[in-house]
Design a protein around this ligand. Structure first.
Ligand code: SD4
Length: 322
């Protein structure tokens, strides 16, 4: 069990004073809670976490749980960063990226997928029904249709309006936390201690056509190793890609770091990415014992967590103060 003291020591690893982090840290420490089953997700994703939890409660697998969880924001028209209702690229097209991984290291992902709401389920089919890991664009759509997925318009009237407003100036400038970074990264450990993860997003609003972020890239937006744990990311995908965020966190946990300390160290590494002063990234991680971690570059990132004791939404500690 990670103690407050051991976590504060990690502030030193990150080159931070313990004092500057202590306030937010007290909010994020699980205080005696660890273990499994558990579900951990990026942002305020209560319904997704509850859907995943329900699967676990029924005796379902971690893999089924994370898929069920990710499908919730994918179907929600009010979630402007995932699936149906996601903000489009600069040409007004909603393009989706998603990834899923099991505890054996099996992975499936789709990138630049259009017209299919449940990208995470297509990713799972890629993992389970093809010899490949990633399917892109037209090929991913073709595969999804062959698999029986329904093709539909994902651009909602309000997302279209937002795009029309954006077109007036057509300037892309990531705005920290106000872009509604709501990408779902979701991790679960089932009652047998088996770990899985999934990640689903419509990517950055008004991105260049063809742009793919970190979320569907194994090791960047998501990584699972059944012997160690799992991690997932949200925020500016370009930064996460350059640092292989999720993989780094899992590898640090393999070397013995707790999930909180590993997330913090992965965030610290972002400081060397160009324009680090202008973007946000958040990580969440869980080790195979069910200890969790969450950390972001700047304030504003939250983690949603479900244990047997109930749901918790927590403000993650941040490396920078603003
Ligand atoms: C991306 N990481 O495509 C995603 C964006 C994100 O909430 O997390 N948005 O870069």
């Amino acid at each position: 069990m990670q103690t407050r003291r051991s976590f504060l020591a990690s502030g030193v690893v990150a080159g931070l004073s313990a004092g500057s982090l202590s306030k937010s840290l007290s909010a994020v420490q699980p205080r005696g809670k660890a273990g499994f089953p558990c579900v951990l997700a990026t942002w305020k994703n209560r319904k997704a976490v509850e859907a995943a939890w329900e699967v676990l409660q029924m005796g379902g697998s971690a893999l089924d749980a994370v898929e069920a969880g990710a499908r919730v924001p994918e179907a929600d028209p009010d979630d402007s960063s995932v699936g149906y209702g996601g903000l489009p690229d600069r040409e007004g097209k909603v393009t989706l990226d998603a990834c899923i991984m099991d505890s054996q290291g099996n992975a499936g992902s789709v990138v630049f997928l259009e017209g299919i709401k449940h990208a995470v389920s297509v990713a799972r089919r890629v993992m389970e029904h093809t010899p490949h890991v990633i399917l892109a664009g037209e090929g991913a759509l073709q595969f999804a249709i062959q698999q029986g997925f329904k093709q539909e318009e994902l651009l909602t009237p309000s997302a279209r309006e937002a795009w029309e407003r954006w077109k007036v100036e057509s300037r892309y400038q990531p705005v920290i936390n106000q872009e509604r970074h709501d990408t779902i990264g979701i991790l679960a450990i089932d009652r047998d201690g088996v770990v899985a993860g999934a990640c689903s997003t419509s990517g950055l609003a008004f991105k260049m056509r063809g742009r793919v972020g970190d979320s569907p890239i194994v090791g960047a937006g998501l990584y699972v190793d059944g012997e160690v744990g799992a991690a997932t990311a949200t925020g500016l995908g370009e930064a996460v890609l350059k640092k292989m965020g999720a993989f780094s966190i899992v590898e640090m946990m393999r070397q013995g770091m707790g999930p909180q300390k590993a997330c913090l160290e992965a965030v610290r590494r972002l400081l060397s990415v160009r324009a680090a002063e202008a973007f946000q990234v958040g990580y969440v991680a869980v080790d195979r014992r069910g200890r969790t971690g969450a950390c972001s570059l700047r304030p504003g990132f939250q983690a949603s967590r479900m244990w047997t004791s109930g749901f918790e939404l927590q403000d993650a500690p941040s490396l920078l103060s603003r």
